[in-house]
Design a binder for this molecule. Structure first.
Ligand code: NAD
Length: 475
């Protein structure tokens, strides 16, 4: 019988489940806070070795790890498609991106440069000459979510090693296997002991120990806003990279090519069954095309095939667990009770939810203001550009947005006015290149990922200033 007492001792192992049928596929250690502190000790001990690793050696390690993932591609694909929410096709694309992210990290390593400083800009400093170089932060704690269990880990591990840091990954307990496999790739690449560790365990225990350990100089976190806020409160004085959630809008103007736009919007609405920080949650349609675009979208969503993740014919997988499916179902129900209309979807089967399109959703409903993190999209009409912008900006998130229009002036004006980290023109909010700066404003986070950009966060400038004693009479 299940023990629901929160104080009850938890088993030493965490069961890793396949979310589509809750079958146990593996077990990983439930490391304790004490064990996490010991891991931090090993990482702190290894920082000098990591710092002294020459650039060519960091590049070699990253390239060899990428080659390992490439040579074991199928294994990584199946791991993601078993432990995670992605279909086999989505898992293939994630593995390809992960290899790219590691190679990009190798490339960026040689671009970690400082700059010379014009000390002679201040009278009296004419004799000074100097420069800055970028030095590693030290021990980095990388805390990752379940939705991209490999590539988002690469986005932290690759730049951390490129920057000469040591890194401890605390993967999500639902999807730890991809991160553990990535550690095998780095072991194959010959990364020295203590430079990379993957420590599995509960967020509130092992994760909290990583956050609160003063030897950890930076927390690079991707996950929910509530968890991110708690981490900053608990962690105190250290650096933070916060990649949080969103409630992304995609705006369709009256001059958009709907035949092109609708399939792209559907793709962004169902990727990872909506468990995607760039998920098209709010679809804003110009009133003159509202009915046609809405019907095209709802019809395309109703044709999405969801089910067995490992089938080549499946478009969309399940939610990560029953609690997540309960939460999203509850959000839909609450919106319907408040007057929303369901155009398609709404059905639930175990951890699966049908792609769901809602209209007439009150602005105060949870699915309108908060991140839904499920396959639910709210459609609504707008009168003009100003209203589209106001509605898009009306939430306390701002990761990315999409705009469809054939008028470049319109695109520029709206893109300029949107409060977010990136605007995709003639695409949905759901596009990311791993090399671009990626992150949000408002409640969507702090800082930017994207390999070259996060490398800046994972290193710090150190200034070297020479007070040169010139010989008398030297000019
Ligand atoms: P989550 O916040 O539940 O968990 C994320 C990680 O934090 C997990 O590893 C978890 O174990 C750990 N954690 C939980 N409590 C902790 C604590 N007290 N101390 C330390 N660690 C703790 O998030 P999730 O459900 O895995 O992921 C979904 C969220 O991630 C969504 O909001 C999504 O939008 C966001 N996300 C953002 C991006 C981005 O790049 N902006 C990308 C992917 C996902």
């Amino acid at each position: 019988m299940a023990n629901n007492d929160p104080k009850a001792k938890k088993p030493r192992q965490i069961d890793v489940l396949d979310p589509q049928d809750d079958s146990v596929i593996d077990q990983v250690p439930r490391h304790t806070a004490q064990e996490m502190h010991e891991a931090v000790g090993r990482a702190a001990h290894a920082t000098e070795r990591a710092t002294r690793m020459p650039v060519h050696e960091r590049m070699r390690v990253l390239r060899d790890a990428a080659d390992y993932v490439e040579n074991h591609r199928q294994d990584f694909v199946e791991t993601i498609a078993r432990e995670g929410v992605k279909t086999i096709n989505e898992a293939r694309s994630e593995v390809a991106r992960a290899i790219w992210t590691l190679r990009l990290s190798a490339d960026e390593t040689r671009r970690i440069v400082g700059n010379t400083i014009a000390f002679d800009q201040r009278p009296g400093s004419e004799n000074r000459f100097g420069y800055s170089r970028r030095i590693p932060v030290g021990v980095i704690g990388a805390i990752t979510p379940f939705n991209d269990p490999l590539n988002l880990v690469c986005h932290k591990v690759g730049p951390a090693i490129a920057g000469g840091n040591t890194v401890i990954v605390k993967p999500h307990s639902a999807t730890p296997l991809s991160a553990l496999k990535l550690a095998e790739a780095f072991e194959y690449a010959g990364v020295e002991e203590g430079i990379l560790q993957v420590i599995t365990g509960d967020g509130s225990d092992a994760g909290d120990a990583l956050v609160t350990d003063e030897r950890v100089r930076m927390i690079s976190f991707t996950g929910g806003r509530k968890t991110g806020t708690k981490i900053i409160q608990r962690g105190g004085l250290k650096k933070y990279g916060m990649e949080l959630g969103s409630n992304s809008p995609t705006i369709v103007m009256d001059d958009a090519d709907l035949e092109q736009a609708i399939p792209m919007i559907v793709g962004g609405a169902i990727a990872a069954a909506g468990q995607n920080c760039l998920h098209v949650q709010r679809l804003l349609l110009h009133e003159s095309i509202y009915e046609r675009a809405r019907d095209m979208f709802a019809e395309a969503m109703s044709r999405i095939r969801y089910g067995d993740k490992r089938s080549e014919d499946t478009d969309m997988g399940p939610l990560i667990d029953r609690a997540a499916a309960d939460r999203v179902e509850q959000g839909i129900r609450e919106a319907l009770d408040a007057g929303a209309r369901c155009l398609t979807g709404g059905e639930r089967d175990g951890n699966f939810l049908a792609p769901t399109v809602l209209e007439n959703v009150p602005d105060t409903a949870e699915v309108a203001v908060e991140e839904v993190f499920g396959p639910v999209t709210c459609v609504s009409p707008f009168r003009d550009e100003d209203e589209a912008i106001a509605r898009a900006n009306a939430v306390d998130y701002g990761l990315q947005a999409g705009i469809f229009t054939s008028n470049v002036d319109t695109a520029f004006r709206i893109a300029d006015a949107l409060e977010c980290g990136g605007v995709m023109i003639n695409d949905s909010s759901d596009y990311r290149l791993d090399a671009m700066p990626f992150g949000g404003v408002k409640g969507s986070g702090i800082g930017r990922e994207g390999v070259g950009y996060v490398l800046n966060e994972m290193t710090e400038p150190k200034v070297y200033c020479f007070n040169i004693r010139f010989p008398r009479g030297w000019t």
